[in-house]
Design a protein around this ligand. Structure first.
Ligand SMILES: Nc1nc2c(ncn2[C@@H]2O[C@H](COP(=O)(O)OP(=O)(O)OP(=O)(O)O)[C@@H](O)[C@H]2O)c(=O)[nH]1
Ligand SMILES: [Mg+2]
Length: 413
């Protein structure tokens, strides 16, 4: 039913509010991300509407005057979609739809839509479909008026509660069916994971678009799809990687995002199991992104949600080639030296203070510091392996001891 939503919303407007909890700077950051999400889903943002308010209006989210501005703009520019940064209540959705007379989406909806477009395998399709139905269930009443309006009044006297109830039942049945299907898939995947034997498992985790798949391709010589859009990866890829003579399993999986819809986290259980069962996490960060610290926060939050926040973790700061230092001019005595002006060196020091030597700065694109990366991963995986199989110790010597031999081998190839 909602495998792929139609992408007719080329022209869109974004709407967000500045509240006591959410400063103007934060809102702009969030709207930048929302615009990127819109672009990924196939839309183009014509204008952003923002409003300062104590708290969002329970009926129309933004104020009535503001919504009239939006309505006029939408009408004049033939805009098909209004996208809100926050999740709207079913009632708000219904009221706003009535006023604006166009498609209303919120962040969750947009993310679900992108996921639906990206889902390739039966597993991820089922996961997305389940999340979509769970999102839909409390909103059915609102949807119904939508249909009613489209079809016009004749022969469509207001839908009685019974019709909405029937719809609800259909959706609930569908949900339990999908859950059963996922249970079967979960079991199969569990067996598959079990069959992978005793190899150490390493998982790439991180915010969406930070370069996880690119890094996977560099170290495993695989060809995982990577592109400059959000959620390029939905389906998990597992590759056996050998660094020097040490084999381990590397998993590339779905990226995280701020306010990841809970329906998605829940239904992506089998995908996230790869993370949950990993022995080592490589937390990839895009250090060239102005909000990378917020991204780290969101990722840690999601890891905590899936009870994977206490695993051995290496922080990998990627895209150092694109990092731009915002230097303060020497004669500028007013601007305060804050994190916003940190150099790469300062970031390195800051993170080493927090994480010891489990911190790397690389560029997967330019292959910068990849040797250091390989060495660190080798040593950490080796440590985990030896802890598990103490008698296997001799098989995997220190990294340096075998460097030359292997380099020669590689040259021969
Ligand atoms: N400048 C620069 N760009 C990079 C680097 N690594 C990856 N990229 C680019 O960043 C974009 C996203 O890369 P992906 O590998 O798809 O990122 P991902 O983390 O797998 O993203 P999702 O699967 O969407 O979560 C692509 O356009 C890459 O070319 C890097 O070291 N430097
Ligand atoms: Mg990816």
């Amino acid at each position: 039913m909602i495998e792929k939503n139609d992408l007719t919303y080329e022209k869109a407007v974004l709407i967000g509010v500045v509240t006591q909890k959410q400063s103007e700077d934060k809102l702009n950051e969030y709207l930048d991300e929302l615009e990127f999400l819109t672009y990924t889903a196939g839309g183009e943002v014509l204008k952003r509407f923002t409003q300062k308010m104590e708290k969002p209006n329970p009926k129309t989210f933004i104020g009535t005057g503001k919504i009239e501005d939006v309505r006029q703009f939408i009408e004049a520019n033939n805009v098909g979609t209004a996208i809100f940064d926050d999740e709207l209540s079913p009632a708000q959705q219904k009221n706003i739809e009535k006023i604006l007379n166009c498609k209303i989406l919120d962040r969750t909806n947009l993310i679900l839509d992108i996921f639906a477009q990206r889902a390739q395998t039966s597993n991820s399709r089922t996961q997305v479909e389940l999340a979509q139905y769970q999102y839909l269930l409390p909103r059915l009443a609102g949807m119904w008026t939508h249909l009613e309006r489209q079809r016009g009044g004749i022969g469509m006297r207001g839908p009685g509660e019974t019709e909405i109830e029937t719809d609800r039942r259909i959706v609930r049945d569908k949900i339990s069916l999908l859950k059963k299907k996922l249970e079967t898939i979960d079991k199969q995947m569990g067996v598959q994971r079990g069959n992978r034997g005793s190899l150490v498992r390493v998982a790439l985790v991180g915010y969406t678009n930070v370069g996880k798949s690119t890094l996977m391709n560099v170290i495993s010589k695989s060809e995982v799809f990577a592109e400059n859009k959000l959620f390029a990866t939905l389906d998990t890829t597992v590759r056996k990687v050998v660094i020097r003579n040490l084999p381990f399993l590397l998993t590339d999986t779905v990226g995280f995002i701020r306010k990841l819809p809970t329906q998605l986290v829940e239904s992506f259980k089998s995908t996230l199991d790869e993370v949950r069962e990993a022995d080592l996490l490589l937390h990839i960060v895009d250090i060239s992104h102005p909000n990378f610290e917020d991204h780290i926060e969101s990722v840690n939050q999601t890891l905590a949600d899936i009870k994977s926040n206490n695993k051995p973790t290496i922080m990998v700061f990627n895209k150092i080639d694109a990092f731009v230092e915002d230097k303060i001019e020497e004669d500028d005595l007013i601007t305060e030296h804050t994190e916003a002006h940190y150099s790469l060196e300062e970031w390195k020091r800051t993170w080493m203070n927090r994480m010891g030597d489990n911190v790397l700065f690389i560029s997967a694109l330019n292959n910068d510091n990849m040797e250091e990366f390989r060495k660190k991963v080798y040593e950490t995986v080796r440590e985990i392996h030896i802890k598990r199989f103490p008698y296997n110790n001799l098989l995997y010597p220190e990294y340096e001891a075998i460097t030359e031999e292997i380099t020669e081998d590689q040259e021969e190839e």
